[in-house]
Design a protein around this ligand. Sequence first.
Ligand code: NAI
Length: 331
Amino acid sequence: MAAPIKVAVTGAAGQIAYSLLYQIASGAVFGPNQPVYLHLLDIAPMMGVLNGVVMELADCALPLLAGVLPTANPEEAFKDVAAAFLVGSMPRKEGMERKDLLSANVRIFKEQGQALDKVARKDVKILVVGNPANTNALICSKYAPSIPRENFTAMTRLDHNRAQAQLADKLGVPVRDVKNVIIWGNHSSTQFPDASNALVNVGGINKPVPAAVNDDEYLKTTFVTTVQKRGAAVIAARKMSSALSAAKAASDHMRDWFLGTGDRWVSMGVISDGSYGTPRDVVFSFPVTVTNGKWKIVEGLTISDFAREMLDITGKELAEEKRDALEVCKD
Ligand code: NAI
């Protein structure tokens, strides 16, 4: 059995963490031979609730759970961590403009970046889930200059999983038979779910999804908008935002980053090097593969005129969010 690694989860008293913590502590993320020591961060008023979560983790009697540290102090939470799930953020309150929300949350990620910079392992892998996830990841990285920029990522895996599930349903196949869908851009309603390079396994042979679906209009319209609006549809039905599926996506993202993707592509928000004509130095979701703990953007894909338009829209939004966030961080 390996020595335990320390793993931080922020927003640990919240609803995504409630599903995520079990997945991490049961071995679904770092593998069945990797014990974990959980560092759980939330704000001071939530310490009572967090204590209840700590009690439940103990009651799970999980063999891989080496210990739990609940805290309201980011420097305690991030001390020596090898992985950090940054889930905690301020929810949108009634009457709050998108800009106010960005402003409140960007400040949290500035402070957490500074704490990570001070006390985390320099090879820590960071996944930002809290919204606006892409821009929060960018700000967190900016304030943690001693940690490589490629170690900061944002979660678009939930959108990726949703897109894969929609295509599997459309084609009447199990979800495991569909691969290489792509989410481009921002984790927001401007994201571009793209099936043009996706493959479906039919009788052991990989067939392009566009040919199998044979309905270009569906792939450009209903498919795109269904994935873009899925979060709102879940809220309308459940009266609460996606949590089970968000936690599963966070697990998938971190597991693939640590353990590799094999021959599949996955979507990750990563720092843009300008690939595919996207704005540089924003956290943009690309198709990536992971080997030996390093992600790499899939190269050489053909971008249609339709895709170009969609990539430009979401890239523009990210550039604007970056500008607004940097403005907030000045004071
Ligand atoms: P929640 O409201 O149930 O939990 C959030 C937790 O974060 C609360 O316990 C709160 O006290 C805590 N928190 C607030 N400020 C904090 C700080 N400075 N440090 C540490 N903890 C802090 O929310 P839920 O449902 O767990 O969602 C969390 C975030 O994830 C939200 O921003 C949500 O929009 C986002 N999200 C992102 C998705 C993605 O695909 N990227 C999908 C679903 C949700």
